[in-house]
Each structure stands twice: as structure tokens, then as C-alpha cells.
Design a protein around this ligand. Structure first.
Ligand code: NAD
Ligand code: UD1
Length: 337
């Protein structure tokens, strides 16, 4: 019997790659997404890449009634919860929208799960919960603290899940703290398609390489790092997707948190250089002031996930850029809607 998994935000960047992995591994996938930051075309791409049928419901998670109907209609056994708003700057400008959407969505989801006796949840958290880290690489035991409303919603949801876990021993909740997901499916048919000007480094660099934008602003070259530019733990989105399967298959009673990263960092200039090598195109850049809220270095200690989930992120920065470029050059306008 195939297990049915509900994937919220399943047409989004990380969700779509995870749906391919789930379907390929014999799970029945049911997606709910309001398409506020993704394309309905993704549903067919997931079907093509996995060779499996999947079910899609267009709905907003803040609509409890519609969500309840999805639980009534499918024998859901577990939920992977990606849906939410994720832009840091936007969250500073519109905090209430972020709290409203991310918190109400998650509470509705947990409520419907409880009502329908579905106790297994894998949640998209973020390395942002570590704020400006005191320790590198960062273990899960490091202190947490958020510096913006988006990060606050991740921390609050982690804490809500902790309280929920304490209320009933049936619950099994895994918080996955992603570091910096980049890259795309090796087919080049699925990848990150940000709307407007990309906030994140790699989508911006790709748009410079493909000729959609003139140059990259490097936010500071005076950080305390080897070349003065920010260092991040980039993780291939396909490795990250595999991390969700591993988490789902190794859920334990109660609440737990896992870092999903490689443990290896790359600087902004290393990303630029690798992109130039891979694409054969120059990536114009100039040094700009530091971006508010940025930190010098973010690096995961992924030991816990390696040991307890039997999972490891193997793809290196070159492969990440090769796959991101393959997607970008095949689809210069993304999904085109
Ligand atoms: P994404 O925007 O591509 O995917 C999120 C999906 O959720 C989108 O398809 C969007 O349409 C949907 N959605 C948003 N609000 C919804 C609502 N109220 N009801 C139903 N659907 C809704 O983002 P992503 O990069 O794939 O991120 C997925 C999750 O991982 C998010 O929770 C994000 O905060 C978290 N995360 C992402 C990163 C990253 O760098 N991409 C890093 C750490 C954590
Ligand atoms: C961003 C989010 C963070 C989230 C993380 C993981 C912000 C402020 N923070 O952080 O909450 O958890 O992604 O996805 O959005 N850079 C440039 N020029 C650019 C863009 C970025 O120089 O145009 C630099 C940044 O200063 C940083 C590095 O590139 O040193 C990576 O930036 P980015 O991709 O935005 O990721 P994070 O800063 O880690």
C-alpha cells in the first residue's frame, strides 16, 4: 500500500523537488498550494519527471474549511509543510501579513491533522533561527533568536510544534533547518523561479549570466571571512529534497530539529567565479554596502542529520551551479507566468 503524503507549498521551489523525490520513492503525493509564489505548470513537470500521478488542490492554508475537505478526501498519513511567505525584507515591511499567513496556516494545518488523526509532520524551518551565530559550524543546540518577522515566524512555529508535541504522545514532528538551498533538478525542467528582482545570491547571479540583469551588487567585501565577502553553506535542492524523505522515514516520537546543510561554505566571490567557469560568461559585479541584517558566515554542523537520519548532502558547489545554469539557460524566463 502506498503511503499518502500531503505536501503544502508543493508547487514551490523546494516543495516541487521534494514531490518528485517522494513520488519516485513510491509515495502518493497530494499537493495543496495557493500558487501565490509558484506556477500551476509545476504540477505537470512533477508528473513527467517522476512518471507518477499526483493530486493538486489549489487552496489557501488559511482556509480551514477547504483544508479539512482535503483531509476528508485523501487517506493522508503524514504532512510535509513548505507553504509560507519567505522574503526577509518584505516581512520587515509587512509583518502582520507574515505573522497572519505563516502562523495561521500552520495552526490550521496542525488542527486539521489532530482532527483527522494525522500525527507526522516535517516542517520547513531555516538556519535563520540561529540569528547571528555564536559558534561555527552551528549545531542544533546553539542558541536561537530571530532578527526579522520572517525568522520570528519560523521560531514561533517551531515552538508551537514543541507545545503540540507535549500535548499528545502520538505526535512526531521534525523541524528541518535548511541552510542555503540552490541548484535545480538535473533535467533542467524544474528550478527556482523567483518573481521580481531576486533577493538571494544564486538566482541573481544566474540572471546576470543569462543577460536578464546587468550586474551583481556584492553586499560588502569587508566581512571577517577569507576574501571579505559573505560565506554560506549552500546545499543542492535535490540533496535537500532527499533530506525530507530521510526525515519522514526516521520520525521519532515528540519534537526534534535537524540542520540540513553540507558543513562546507562558499563566499560570494567563489560563487561568482564558479558561475563564470561553468557558464563561460562574465558575471559583472561591483562592491556595494553591506545589506542590513546580514552576517559574515553561516555554516551547518550536519552531524545529527547524517547520523540520525542516515542522510548526507553530497553535491558540491560546482554541481549546484551546473544544475542551476542548466535550468536557467533552458528556461531564461522561468516558468514564464
Ligand atoms: P516557495 O515560495 O517557492 O514555496 C512556497 C510555496 O508555498 C509557494 O508555492 C506558495 O505559492 C505557497 N504558499 C504560500 N503561502 C501559502 C498559503 N497561505 N497557502 C497555500 N500555499 C501557500 O519557497 P521555497 O523556497 O520552496 O521555500 C519553502 C519553505 O522553505 C518555506 O517555508 C521557506 O520559508 C522555507 N525555507 C526556504 C529557504 C530558501 O532559501 N528557499 C531557506 C530556509 C527555509
Ligand atoms: C537569506 C535570508 C535568510 C534565509 C537564507 C536561506 C535574507 C536577508 N536572508 O539569507 O533569512 O534563511 O537566505 O535561504 O534574505 N549577496 C550579495 N548580493 C546579492 C544577494 C546576496 O552579495 O544580490 C550575498 C549576501 O550578502 C550573503 C550571500 O550573498 O553574503 C548569500 O545571500 P542570500 O542568498 O540572500 O542568503 P542569506 O543571506 O544566507
Amino acid at each position: 500500500m502506498k503511503r499518502t503524503i500531503l505536501v503544502t507549498g508543493g508547487t514551490g521551489y523546494i516543495g516541487s523537488h521534494t514531490c518528485v523525490a517522494l513520488a519516485e520513492h513510491g509515495y502518493d503525493v497530494v499537493i495543496v498550494d495557493n500558487l501565490s509564489n509558484s506556477s500551476s505548470k509545476v504540477v505537470d513537470v512533477i508528473k513527467q519527471l517522476s512518471g507518477q500521478n499526483i493530486t493538486f488542490h489549489e487552496l489557501d492554508l488559511t482556509d480551514t474549511e477547504a483544508l479539512g475537505e482535503v483531509f476528508d478526501a485523501h487517506p493522508i498519513e503524514a504532512v510535509v509543510h513548505f507553504a509560507g511567505l519567505k522574503a526577509v525584507g518584505e516581512s520587515v515591511e509587512k509583518p502582520l501579513w507574515y505573522y497572519q499567513t505563516n502562523l495561521v496556516s500552520t495552526m490550521n494545518l496542525l488542527e486539521q491533522m489532530e482532527k483527522h488523526g494525522v500525527w507526522d509532520l516535517v516542517f520547513s524551518s531555516s538556519a535563520t533561527v540561529y540569528g547571528d551565530p555564536e559558534q561555527l559550524p552551528i549545531p542544533e543546540t546553539a542558541s536561537t533568536g530571530a532578527t526579522n518577522p520572517y525568522g520570528q515566524t519560523k521560531l514561533m512555529i517551531e515552538n508551537i510544534c514543541k507545545d503540540v508535541a507535549a500535548s499528545n504522545p502520538n505526535w512526531r514532528l521534525a523541524m528541518l533547518r535548511y541552510f542555503n538551498p540552490i541548484g535545480a533538478h538535473a533535467s533542467g525542467d524544474l528550478g527556482e523561479d523567483p518573481t521580481g528582482i531576486p533577493n538571494n545570491l544564486v538566482p541573481f547571479v544566474m540572471q546576470v549570466a543569462v543577460g536578464r540583469r546587468e550586474k551583481l551588487n556584492v553586499f560588502g567585501d569587508d566581512w571577517d571571512t577569507p576574501d571579505g565577502t559573505g560565506v554560506r553553506d549552500y546545499i543542492h535542492v535535490v540533496d535537500l529534497a532527499a533530506g525530507h524523505l530521510a526525515a519522514l522515514e526516521n520520525l521519532k516520537e515528540g519534537w526534534d530539529a535537524y540542520n540540513l546543510g553540507t558543513g562546507t561554505g562558499a563566499s560570494v566571490l567563489e560563487v561568482v567565479k564558479t558561475t563564470e567557469l561553468v557558464t563561460g560568461k562574465p558575471v559583472n559585479y561591483s562592491i556595494a554596502p553591506r545589506r542590513s541584517g546580514d552576517i559574515a558566515t553561516s555554516l551547518a554542523d550536519p552531524t545529527k542529520a547524517n547520523n540520525e537520519l542516515d542522510w548526507r548532502a553530497d553535491r558540491n558547489i560546482r554541481t549546484m551551479i551546473v544544475d542551476a545554469w542548466n535550468w536557467q539557460s533552458k528556461n531564461p524566463e522561468g516558468f514564464g507566468d
